[in-house]
Design a protein around this ligand. Structure first.
Ligand code: ARG
Length: 483
């Protein structure tokens, strides 16, 4: 559209759902601002689903005959096909998907096409379209999350028995099973699945029938319309139906939190694949090279996904900022909602398969992990714990173990290299029995508390995660709206 492009005012301006009370034409700058972004026009199936339900209601209300409803329905269904196949497309003067489809419907059915508008408004239509859209995309995203989580679980099972250093403050802390570290990324993703599912449930009440905001004098059976569209409830208050977008925020939050969780995994993959760590070898198909340094193999997928977390968070905070202080019912500000939803959904759909492929194919170096697992005196807690078991107050035990570290540092050896003689020199309470505690296997195997790193506990964690994934899969197939 150019600056010189001005449409006639008046009720018959094509693609515009208003105009009768205007005598002058719209300013091009207004039209540019008001026109929906291109992607909004992709909500054709959702808008048609709402129109089909609404046509049914108009028939029940006696506004159109059964025959008229059938013709309208057939034409609407054809519009979905024609739009999908590219036989029709939005024109520059179509303000939004609602105007686009009505223009096409009138072109096909003549004045009958104009009957569909009775008893509804774009305010309830747009609210309905986005809820239907979220009901479709959330399960798709959840499936991507489940695939990644399942891949982490499979890799966790594959590296059974591999010991690695566990970290706090990015400093070696205590030995762990690497399979547990992988699960530490999988469990948050399982919770993200719950968040996504909650967001989907929040979309399960229909706003259709609220019309502009007060409800309609013509069409009143919102329950029947809701059922036609597969909702399990109706939004109780018509003003709330057109003005609230907290379900959108629920989705954007689930997306932002998922992004933050993914970014933590990504960050570790970057570290694991660094020369300093040397834990991971990226597969050729899932890594990239450098234009100048021939030796390079970069974890671009992990970096790109980590970077996109910024967008996911921005979409959440942007939507909240849009919603803040909006008065009364519908305000045009709300048309920003789709922008955020499309961006978050598109971002996640791009990230998830790439990350899943990366995780599925990355090679792990168990030897490097094991060598590093003792570095930084990670067995020091074993000495302190053993002394505590012998009855020493932990404050003293801690001190003795600390002096053991100093002893080793001075000799450039590790705690695992200590001899009975060394122990005696450090403290007479350190008898040779402590030596059998100073192995990686012992440190890991003794952490048998319910959520610990011992092999049997990690196997339980794997089984628990598998159950969560199973539950998530069946939950996404049903569930009621919390409304
Ligand atoms: N095009 C709008 C949107 O993007 C829907 C129209 C809402 N109603 C109105 N009176 N302009 O959500």
């Amino acid at each position: 559209m150019t600056d010189t492009h001005v449409h006639d005012g008046g009720a018959h301006a094509e693609g515009k759902l208003w105009g009768g009370r205007f005598t002058g034409a719209s300013a091009p700058a207004l039209e540019r601002l008001s026109r929906s972004p291109e992607q909004y026009f992709s909500l054709v199936p959702e808008d048609v689903a709402g129109s089909l339900a609404h046509a049914g209601e108009l028939e029940r209300a006696g506004i159109i005959t059964g025959e008229e409803r059938a013709s309208i329905a057939a034409a609407l269904e054809q519009l979905v096909v024609d739009h999908r196949e590219g036989a029709i497309r939005p024109l520059p003067q179509d303000e939004d998907v609602h105007g686009y489809l009505e223009r096409e419907l009138i072109a096909r059915l003549g004045p009958l096409g104009g009957k569909i508008r009775a008893g509804r408004s774009r305010n309830d239509q747009t609210a309905n379209d986005l809820r239907l859209h979220l009901r479709r995309v959330i399960p798709e995203i959840a499936e991507g999350v489940r695939e990644l989580t399942e891949t982490l679980l499979a890799r966790s099972r594959e590296v059974e028995g591999v010991v690695a250093p566990g970290f706090t403050h990015l400093q070696n802390a205590q030995p762990i099973l690497f399979s547990q570290q992988l699960l530490a990324h999988a469990f948050p993703l399982a919770r993200d699945l719950t968040r996504l599912e909650n967001a989907r449930l929040a979309c399960m009440a229909s706003p259709l029938g609220a019309a502009a905001m007060a409800g309609s004098t013509l069409a009143g059976d919102q329950r029947a319309m809701a059922a036609d569209m597969g909702y399990d409830d109706v939004v109780r208050n018509s003003i709330d139906a057109v003005s609230s977008r907290d379900h959108v925020v629920d989705f954007l939050y689930a997306g932002a939190m998922l992004g933050a969780d993914l970014s933590r995994l990504c960050e570790e993959i970057c570290l694991w694949s660094s020369q300093q760590f040397g834990w991971a070898r990226l597969d050729d198909a899932w890594s990239t090279g450098s234009s100048i340094m021939p030796q390079k193999k970069n974890p671009d997928i992990a970096e790109l996904a980590r970077g996109k977390t910024g967008r996911l968070i921005a979409n959440l905070s942007g939507m909240l900022a849009t919603l803040k202080s909006l008065p009364f019912a519908y305000n045009r500000d709300l048309s920003e909602d789709k922008h955020y939803v499309f961006d978050t959904a598109g971002t996640l759909r791009t990230i998830l398969p790439a990350l899943t492929g990366l995780v599925r194919t990355v090679g792990f170096d168990a030897g490097a992990m094991r060598r590093q697992a003792v570095q930084g005196f990670t067995l020091a807690t074993e000495i302190a714990d053993w002394l505590a078991e012998q009855g020493l107050p932990f404050s003293e035990a801690h001190d003795v173990a600390g002096r053991s570290v100093v002893h080793c540092e001075a000799r450039d050896i590790g705690l695992e290299d200590l001899t009975a003689e060394d122990l005696r020199a450090i403290d007479e309470r350190l008898t040779p029995e402590v030596l059998e505690r100073l192995t990686l296997e012992s440190a890991v195997a003794r952490r048998t508390g319910a959520n610990g790193t011992s092999p049997e506990r990690v196997r339980e964690q794997q089984a628990a995660l598998a159950d969560l994934l199973e539950a998530s899969r069946s939950a996404s197939q049903n569930g009621r709206s919390p409304q």
